[in-house]
Write a protein that binds this ligand. Structure first.
Ligand SMILES: NC(=O)c1ccc[n+]([C@@H]2O[C@H](COP(=O)([O-])OP(=O)(O)OC[C@H]3O[C@@H](n4cnc5c(N)ncnc54)[C@H](OP(=O)(O)O)[C@@H]3O)[C@@H](O)[C@H]2O)c1
Length: 329
């Protein structure tokens, strides 16, 4: 039996769907039903139930608007740093292998090859980098699992959320048997606050940049594959190979949904309340471990195709009769 924490969230529900599809028996835990954030509760639970694996998909990202209140900081610290640290201790004491959902937002930038040298560029919204990416995307290399986070409380500036995510990785490292799965801007066709596409669709304006992305369903499968093939424990960047500019993503979205925000150059942006992370991750460790992930371009195209079909079906739905409306001719 597998225990799933944070089962009511965007990522947690995707894990639940995939575990069910694979025929694994699992117990989805939510804080409302069982307060797994308490050491004594979780310890007794794991000691009694003896799960073969635990997935931690719990966390707190704030309200996505960029403004972080003191109260939200406390929640972030508790959910993103203290909770994983506590889970790591409980799992070590009960000898439970586990996987933790982390985030690529502990990095900023990418390694860029220019004039025969490779340098870390931290601000991927700069026009000359966007131009270089358009003409030579192969010049951009992502951070690997061996690179220390460069957007954390130890490598300021960072935002508070990223700082807490990096703290968690430090606390978990070398404690017991754990996977740290780093996602980056997860997306799919489901309308959710945590879905990057849903967030973009709600905006009037977005600023251009370059990023790695995780097709959430692909990435959840990859996380479970790692455990099923008994890949070595440790950190894995779980992003679809490749990277994409915001402009490219939004233009594709516009083509499919005929409505999308305006994309502005990053230099037009007022300084955000907190620094933002935009980065490229290298997922080759995952591929070397034997877990395949579709290239980002294919995953994004597939997702947009599904969104298109869903939006067409919604448009042809007659809300009065609650039956599909006749096809327009
Ligand atoms: N969405 C993203 O853009 C993204 C990107 C990279 C990484 N991640 C990571 O993936 C994990 C899940 O993210 P998500 O998008 O699924 O978030 P979500 O939809 O907000 O779900 C997170 C879940 O965490 C649980 N939780 C535990 N302590 C909490 C607290 N103090 N405050 C609020 N929720 C708490 C809640 O589940 P219960 O109430 O059921 O226990 C909640 O439903 C997080 O660790 C997040 O940092 C997300």
């Amino acid at each position: 039996m597998i225990v799933l924490l944070g089962a009511s969230g965007y990522v947690g529900r995707t894990f639940a769907t995939e575990l069910r599809r694979r025929g694994h028996s699992f117990i989805p835990l939510t804080r409302r039903a069982f307060d797994y954030t308490r050491f004594d509760f979780l310890f007794d639970y794991l000691r009694t139930m003896r799960p073969v694996f635990l997935v931690n998909a719990a966390g707190y990202a704030g309200n996505w608007s960029g403004r972080v209140t003191e109260q939200e900081r406390e929640k972030m610290l508790a959910a993103n740093a203290f909770l994983p640290q506590m889970i790591a201790r409980v799992c070590m004491m009960t000898k439970t292998p586990w996987g933790h959902i982390s985030s690529g937002s502990i990095y900023s930038g990418a390694k860029v090859q220019r004039l025969g040298a490779v340098v870390v560029e931290k601000h991927l919204g700069r026009p000359e980098l966007l131009n270089l990416f358009e003409s030579h995307p192969d010049s951009f290399h992502g951070f690997t699992e061996a690179d220390e986070p460069n957007f954390s409380f130890r490598a300021m500036p960072c935002n508070f959320h990223s700082g807490t995510r990096a703290l968690a990785e430090e606390a978990i490292r070398d404690v017991g048997q754990s996977y740290v799965w780093r996602l980056r801007l997860p997306f799919n066709e489901r309308e959710e606050p945590g879905n990057w596409l849903s967030r973009v669709r709600r905006e009037h304006q977005v600023y251009d940049c370059i990023n790695s992305f995780s097709h959430l369903d692909d990435c959840v499968k990859a996380c479970l594959d790692l455990w099923e093939i008994r890949a070595p424990f440790g950190i894995y960047n779980v992003t679809n190979p490749g990277a994409m500019t915001t402009r490219h993503a939004v233009e594709d979205l516009q083509r499919v949904l005929s409505s999308a925000p305006q994309v502005l150059p990053a230099e037009d942006q007022d300084p955000p309340n907190e620094p933002q992370s935009h980065c490229i991750l290298d997922s080759s460790k995952l591929l070397k471990a034997g877990v395949k992930l579709r290239p980002l371009a294919d995953a994004f195209e597939d997702c947009l195709g599904r969104l298109h079909r869903t939006s067409r079906a919604a448009k042809s739905f007659d809300p009065v009769s609650r039956r599909p409306a006749p096809a327009l001719v």
